[in-house]
Design a protein around this ligand. Structure first.
Ligand code: 5GP
Ligand code: ZN
Length: 108
């Protein structure tokens, strides 16, 4: 369906950080910070526009577990989800970028 679906199925290799039945966290291939994880639901959902409150609620817990696993929960991190054309979303399978491991530049 898309490259992240292929990655979930193991057709594309990835460095996994955390996984459960419904979500996967793995390292971004082109890291933009010392730590750069991508967090995705295993079900193909195009973007935040198509997310449901139920999936978002479960994903919230999973993202918090990823932050704990990476050891960045206390020092802090940034979550980003790009949406659509103006948001520069390249992969049309919703993903949260988790950036951490250093002092990040201010965006907003
Ligand atoms: P977007 O621009 O859609 O928000 O972010 C897509 C992200 O996916 C980019 O940061 C890009 O580096 C990452 N990416 C694209 N293809 C692959 C891949 O095959 N493996 C991994 N690990 N990351 C990928
Ligand atoms: Zn997909």
């Amino acid at each position: 369906m898309c490259i992240f679906c292929d990655l979930i199925e193991g057709k594309i290799p990835s460095t996994k950080i955390l996984e459960n039945d419904n979500f996967l966290a793995f390292e971004d291939i082109n890291a933009q910070a010392k730590i750069h994880a991508l967090i995705i639901p295993k079900v193909h959902i195009q973007s935040f526009n198509e997310m449901t409150p139920n999936v978002m609620a479960e994903m919230t817990t999973f993202i918090q577990e990823v932050a704990l696993t990476l050891g960045v929960k206390t020092d802090g991190y940034r979550l980003i989800t790009n949406i659509g054309q103006n948001g520069n979303q390249e992969v049309k399978h919703i993903h949260f970028h988790l950036l951490a491991g250093e002092q990040l530049g201010r965006l907003v």
